[in-house]
Design a binder for this molecule. Sequence first.
Ligand code: ADP
Ligand code: MG
Length: 646
Amino acid sequence: MPESGENQQEFRAEVRKVLNILTHSLYTNREIFLRELISNASDALDKLRYRINKGEKPRHEDMALEIRISLDKDTKTLTIADTGLGMTAEELAENLGTIAKSGSEQFLADLATASGQNSEEAATADAANIIGRFGVGFYSVFMVAKKVEVTSRPAFGEGDPAANVWTSDGLGTFSVRQSDGEKPERGTIIKAYLKDDADEFAEKYRIESIIRKHSAFIPFPIFVDGDQVNTQAAIWREPKSAVSQEQYDNFYKAITYDHKNPLDRQHISVDVPVQFTALLYTPDDAVEFFGAERDNYGLDLYARRVLIQHRNQDLIPEYLAFLKGVVDTEDLPLNISRETLQENVVLRKINQVITKQSLSHLEKMAEEEPEKYDRFWHLHGKVFKLGYRDYPNRERVTALLRFNSSALGDSEALTSLDQYMTRAPEAQKTFWYVTAPNREAARLNPHMEIFRKKGIEVLFLYEPVDEFVMEGLGKYKDWDFKSIENAPADALSQFEDKEKAAETAAPLSEDDVSAFDGLLGKMKEILGDKVKEVKVSQRLADSPAVLVSPDGGMTSSMEKLFKAMQQDESLPVKVLEVNRDNPLLRDMLAIYKADNNDRILAEMTQSLFDSCMLLDGYLKDPQALAQRMNEMLTQSARWYTEIRKI
Ligand code: ADP
Ligand code: MG
């Protein structure tokens, strides 16, 4: 049992789990506990300053807003004191006894994934990120401490609020009672009794270097045994010429916790129509932005060097969500409330300027450093392409889009739409595209055949959102966008063949043409409601058949998306187009002419249909397909042995 007392309370179950991991499993990178404590102290100071700016009067109004750390090697203790908002007894129990954000479960799951990583370095780097992200920051102190006392005194409240002390050994319980020991005048003092193997954290040089590494830009002075450690200037307010590459990179790492240097940076200073400076970075890593991280973007908003809001989302449009950095403006009052920030016209203007500047910046990069731009696209294109919804800037966004295509050598190569246009024959006024999970699948799509034959380039789209983007774009420089799956049969008839078919089948006699119509009718009869129609294709060169949406229908990938949304499991009914010159169809015609009720015709028709469905990404009944295939194999094996007289 830890120390007993009437105030002893149990940690909630999820806290116990998190504590258990923090105290027993994480040994490397333990230093980040300090980053967490400092960031909490800074938050508490920030909240206090915010209320002061709004005109409220705290206790000890003249006390400096600062963080003081003291170390004692003899008692192996580390103490961190802030003069911030403080907590009441109830708040101590609430804030330090539960996990506020519902993230604890996700935290545990993510931590499990991280520790499953193959390199320990990656695992601990991840653990560090995860700890900060899920609001379990405070508990990380138990990685290094065997016992912790948090003494706190609220900055506001009636009369002279008492100081209370929260104590725990990080095992199962904590207690809160009135303090009779050292009391802060205002704010919070956290005293950590270091574990035997953590006495490095009582060393001044060690603590100072951790602060420089992780907390260099905390906007309040931090003292260690009396000496101020964070003396970094707000570099975004400096002229560009005064900031070194290293300072830029360090600042980036400090605000993002990224260990790599950024891919790119913009240092912007604007006076009209609104005054602000901004330092914006593009990470050299893909930022997972969809799903859980959807809202995890934004820029840090400062007013005259004072942090007003972390990750403000009104400063950039969603499609620039990959940007990380700060905006500092003279045009906002310090005491602006978060509610009024939302429809604030200053922010809207800043957003417009940043958008325009970022587009110019990207245009310049695409022009002058195409390789860097390609890298940008591979990392952040997925987010950037959402810019198709930015109507006023759509033309510029569209020009910055990149695609893989049939004219390029491999799946990594990229083209712009303007480059595509220069390669197209004169009469072409359509950007043709096809959606597919990968390049191989795109090339195998039977709809590609006529395009290959005519030498018309096709853009390959690999992500579900791409099709929405294409539809949303409407037009670019008077060209429209169309899926090759929806190409009318005669869409390319005006273009000459670029590729001669390897061997052209002999033309059918008039009798055979009408017999073929009979075969088409038979095939429709065999397939019944599964197809709308069976007809001769004008678009195939090699493949025997292809499924086509009835006129104006959706492309197969769009259709799948909609069906998934409506949980509709039915199969689409399409037109089956067959290649009259394909050897398989010629043989089927011969069989049909000999006996139009031959059982093999039914099997072949079914199998042909199945393989078209497979290519379209539908496989409803694999058992039936496999069974049919096996029967056909058995038959052809028998014929083969007969022919070869084996
Ligand atoms: P987070 O900071 O993400 O909310 P933490 O576990 O780091 O999660 O802290 C939990 C809560 O404890 C904070 O939200 C805050 O309310 C409170 N807290 C922690 N440290 C301090 C402090 N120094 N001063 C005031 N409140 C604090
Ligand atoms: Mg915290």
